[in-house]
Design a protein. Structure first.
Length: 164
């Protein structure tokens, strides 16, 4: 019980940190291009919304009284949203920047600081992918935890009954 709770807290802290990094870097970019068309910036607005929802849910489910494993369907949905955001941003990196930043998984120039826009995009890509993986692991662990609890409850209910 303690190990699963500790693992849940570690996952939620990672989800919170990754979403904060993505929201910060992506928010800075949205601030810089605030006078352009919203239609052109749709993928970045989507990523910012997913990061905001992730921040909110990770903060709420960090509270020790909130049983965070029963929320596995929402964890799965958020994971899918993160994978979509990753795909949209990776498509932008390849198609719209004409390959100027190189391969998406070549993270040699990744940095938080400075004016290296390619490094910032790769940082956002990396942490959106890591966030998607954390939410997916959280959903899988939650599903297994709930399934185990239901199996134990079923065994307790049927153990004392006669088989005749």
């Amino acid at each position: 019980m303690i190990i699963t709770d500790l693992f849940s807290i570690i996952l939620r802290l990672a989800e919170l940190a990754f979403a904060a990094i993505v929201a910060g870097i992506n928010g800075e970019y949205l601030h810089l291009v605030r006078h352009t068309s919203s239609w052109y910036q749709g993928r970045f607005i989507y990523t910012e919304v997913v990061a905001g929802i992730s921040l909110f849910l990770a903060l709420i489910w960090l509270i020790p009284f909130a049983s965070s494993f029963i929320h596995w369907p929402i964890d799965l949905i958020i994971s899918i949203c993160w994978f979509v955001a990753f795909g949209l941003l990776e498509n932008y990196l390849d198609d719209f920047l004409d390959g100027a930043c190189g391969y998406a998984f070549n993270w040699s120039g990744v940095s938080f600081y400075g004016n290296d826009q390619c490094g910032k995009w790769k940082t956002v890509l990396a942490f959106s992918f890591l966030s998607a993986i954390c939410w997916l692991v959280s959903a899988i662990v939650g599903f297994m935890w709930v399934r185990d609890r239901e199996t134990r409850a079923y065994r307790r209910r049927t153990w004392g009954r006669s088989r005749v």
